[in-house]
Design a binder for this molecule. Sequence first.
Ligand code: EPZ
Length: 423
Amino acid sequence: MNNAMEGFMVHGGECIQGTARVEGAKNAVLPILAASILTEEEVVIRDCPALRDVQAMISMLKMLGCQCEMREGGLSIRSSALHNWEMPDEISKEIRSSIFLLGPILGRLRKATVTYPGGCEIGLRPIDLHLKGLRALGVNIRDRQGILLCDGGNMHAGDVYLDYPSVGATENVMMAAALLPGTTCIHNAAREPEIEDLECFINAMGGRVRGAGTQLIVIEGVKKLHGTCFTPMPDRIVAGTLLCAAAITGGEVTLENVRPRDLIAVEAKLAEMGCRLYDEKDRVHLKARETLQAFSSLQTQPHPGFPTDMQAQMMAVCAAARGTGVIVENVFENRFGHVSDLNRMGACIRVNGRVAVVQGVEKLRGCRVCARDLRGGAALVLAGLAAEGETLVENIRLIDRGYASLEKTLCRMGARMERITLS
Ligand code: EPZ
C-alpha cells in the first residue's frame, strides 16, 4: 500500500446497477487471523480481503514470529515458530486490532505484553471489558505506564460476565479460553455474526465452542488445536454499503456471496425508505425508487439491532431522501464525523449529542470533503455518487482500511470515479 495522500474523484449522477460479489468480512478475518496462532499447524484463510487492516494484522503476526504467505488457495499462516509474546509498541498504538492478539497469545504462551491501543476517530475505544474478562480467567495484568504486562501462569477456565456485550472482549475471551482445561462461560456475550464465524473457525481447528450468536457462549477447553482451511463469512457491511450506493442513486443491484440473515436490519430500513428488496440463498437484490422517503428513526444497537457500522451510510441515503429521519448512535460516542462534510455538500443535518436529525434535500452538491473515519468516508463517497457535479473525497486511506478498491467495485457497477494522487 503506498502512503501518498490519495483521494477519490467522484462524478455524480450515475445510477449504481448490476452485479457484484462481496468478499470476506474484515471484522471476521481480523479475529480469525489472531486465533490462527492457537495452533502450531498451518492455517489457510480463503477469500481474505485485500484491506489495510488485514495487511496490518499480517505484519503483526510476522513480528510475533509467524510465517504468512499468500498462496493460490488463500493466505497461509504457520505459527510453529511463534516465540514473541511482546506486541511491539508502535504496532499496538497504531493498529487497534492488535488487541485481538492478546487472548490468543495468552492462550498459546500464557504471557503477553501489549501497549494500551490508542483511541481512534470514532471514540476512546477503552479495553476495560477485555481486561476484566481475562482477569476472570486468572490472568494477572499489571499496567506499567501504559504497557500491560499479562501473566497467564495461573490461568483457569471460569465464568466471565461482560457488563456490555463488547464484540472484541467476547472474541478475546473465546480465544484465551479455547485451550484452557475446563469449561468457560461468557455471559452477556456479543451476538454479532462475526462471533459465530470465530466459533466456526475455532471448532474447525478442533475446538469445542458453542452458543455464539446468543448471550451465553460456552467454551470447553481442549489440549491441542490442529490446522485447517477456512473461508470467512462475507462482509455484511460492504454488502450494506453497496445496497446504499444503489439506493441513493435510484439504481438496481444484485449482490452475490452474501448471507441475507446478516442484512435483516439494513434491508428493513432500506425497504422502509421505499426500496424493493428480495433475497435468495446467497444473493440479495435491491431496486430503488427514483426518490426515497426518509425512515422515521434509526437506532444503532449491538446485534441483532441496527449495526453502528452502517449508520453513516444510511445517513447519506437519508440526506438525499424526502422527509426527515432521526438517527441515534448508541454504540460509539463520536461517530458523526461525516455530518459536517455532508452539510457542506448541501445536506441539512443537525446534531445534538448522540442524536442527528436528517432533513432530506432535493439535491446534494459535489465539493471537496475529507474522510474522518472508515465508514464516514464511505458515506461521503455515497453522497458524491448522488450529488450534482464532482466530489473529491480526501484521506481515503481510511476507506482502504475496510473496502478493497472501492472505486473499482463501484465503477464496475456504473459509477464514474477514479483514485487520484493529491499533491
Ligand atoms: C468491533 O469493534 C468492530 N471492529 C467495529 O467495526 C464495530 O463497530 C464494533 O465491533 C461494534 O459492532 C472489529 O471487529 C475489528 P465493541 P469493537 O467492543 O470490538 C465500548 C468498523 O467500522 N467498549 O463492541 O471495538 C466501546 O467503546 C469497526 O469495521 C468499552 O467500553 O467494538 C464502544 O462504545 C468500527 N470497553 C462499545 O463498547 C471495552 O473494553 C462497542 O465496542 C470494549 C468496548
